[in-house]
Design a protein around this ligand. Sequence first.
Ligand code: ADP
Ligand code: MG
Length: 595
Amino acid sequence: MSRIALLSEQVASQVAAGEVVERPASVVKELVENSIDAGARKIEVLIRRGGISSIRVVDDGSGMDRDDALLCLERHATSKIRTGEDLASIHTLGFRGEALPSIASVSRFRLATREAGALAGTEVIVNGGKIESVKDSGDAPGTQIEVRSLFYNLPARRKFLRTENTESSHVEHQLHLQAIGHPEIGFVFVNDERVVYQLPPTNHLRERIRDLCGAALAAELLEVPEFTADHICIRGFLGKAGVSRSSRAQQLVFLNGRAVENSTLNFALREGYHTALMKGQHPVTFLFIDMDPAAVDVNVHPAKREVRFRNSAEVRDAIVEATRRTLETDRAEWSATFRPTPPAEIFASPAPPIPETPALIPIHEQVALRHDWSTFPAPPPKTEPQPAPQAPEPALESTPSPANDFKILGVLGKLYVLMENASGLVLVDQHAAHERILFEEMLKRMESQGVPTQRLLLPLTLQVSPRDGDWITRHLEVLNQAGIGLEPFGAGTFKIDSLPTFLRGSEPAQLLREIIDDLRETSAQTSKLRLGEDMIAKTVCRHAVKANDFLREPELVRLIQDLLACDLPYCCPHGRPTMIQMSYSELEKKFGRKV
Ligand code: ADP
Ligand code: MG
């Protein structure tokens, strides 16, 4: 006896709905995407009781004629693609032709739509996938869809819904994504009769971000300088160095206008931020990637949130580079805030007396903050002759260069340097600042002179998994350049005979495992540098001046000057801030002089 039967359209739609419609937020996502695809200039979203009781999306887009209004409720009915080839190059947010029939099959559904210039519109009522009525309607041009009693006919699904508050916060997040992704469209969001926001259309993404996320967040963002590589165009805004969140909730990436998630993107951002991001934290991004739709596959998941890149290395490299360039744009701004104090005022106050108690580090080392390499490993014996370490600099000139005008007021708690600049008060963490200075100097030295290495007395052998072995074989050259002397030594085994001098005393096998894990996700071009950076970051912390070290005024001046000359002066190599600005207007607010 045959046991197979074709499912009815209605059941098939409910099955499909299981993939597309998970909760009210997914309904909102699909409906708003349809409105955007229909060319809407204004979209209103009204929900009741977290969207479980009702969701209404009203747009002023193209609308549909009566035939289309009926056809759009059929499964696999779409105006957006026609052939298999179209699927390889999708320009719209939708393309599956499944959302409307799926939503209509699990709710009480009303569609009212009208084309501009049409004499009348059409209203279609559907209950649980069954068309109940079709008639003329007199609504304004555009489309309105109302979804009531979601999952009323699928109790199992309904049970999975969370509280109304949770569901409405998911809806809000979904809308947040769409509103950021399309600033040129006006959005209105009404939750239980309360207007949550009314966003006017704008040509400026920064305005939309400010309207939606507040001025405080907008002030922490840097605009990505125009960047195009390999036909990948990157724009948008990124959080400044040191700005981060403990979740990815504010790490937004839009690919051709669609909010997407993809591990390549996450890794690329992390790599681009690199030392500007604290461990375990995530960046704040409003990043827009525009590229040939044929180079991405969005047909990975029914909710279309995931994407696959045809060439993920290209995308990754473009993001890393764009991020790096963006973070560096902040440098000029920072330096500028240290300019306007008139030089005459700078040393109006006498230098603090040298304390009676001995300083924690010898005076000659303090003076030579910038050029003291004596605490760092000697250069490798085999490479070209190195210049001898420079002698400590003679006493520093007491007037800072006019390019970096600032006035040092004192040191708080033996750690925070208090300074005055044109905008107000600046606090500098002397340890973090010195770490950043040493880090960049070491890095430049490594780039120009290579990594100092030391031969191991007894070479070690290292047994690795086939996957790690494969990685090592492919990156042997990079590892050797980075000072790790490694060669194949039979199946799955490698011999290590030298290590970077920085890493004296480390357990080589453990070290190498950590390095492989760290670098596996890094692109080939950057891994050599990255490896060196990681090693340096680990060592500089130990060598930088400590919180309690006493620095005399000339040393402080030199420290600040050196910091301002760094590529990324505002955070230490571990992503912690080196300086904090407290502006006059913040002070005035605190003292109640200004509201
Ligand atoms: P898809 O968006 O994948 O094409 P949908 O089921 O979401 O599938 O929508 C089916 C079709 O209905 C769309 O292709 C579009 O032609 C039409 N449609 C849906 N929503 C709207 C809208 N708000 N305005 C105009 N047309 C719409
Ligand atoms: Mg759609």
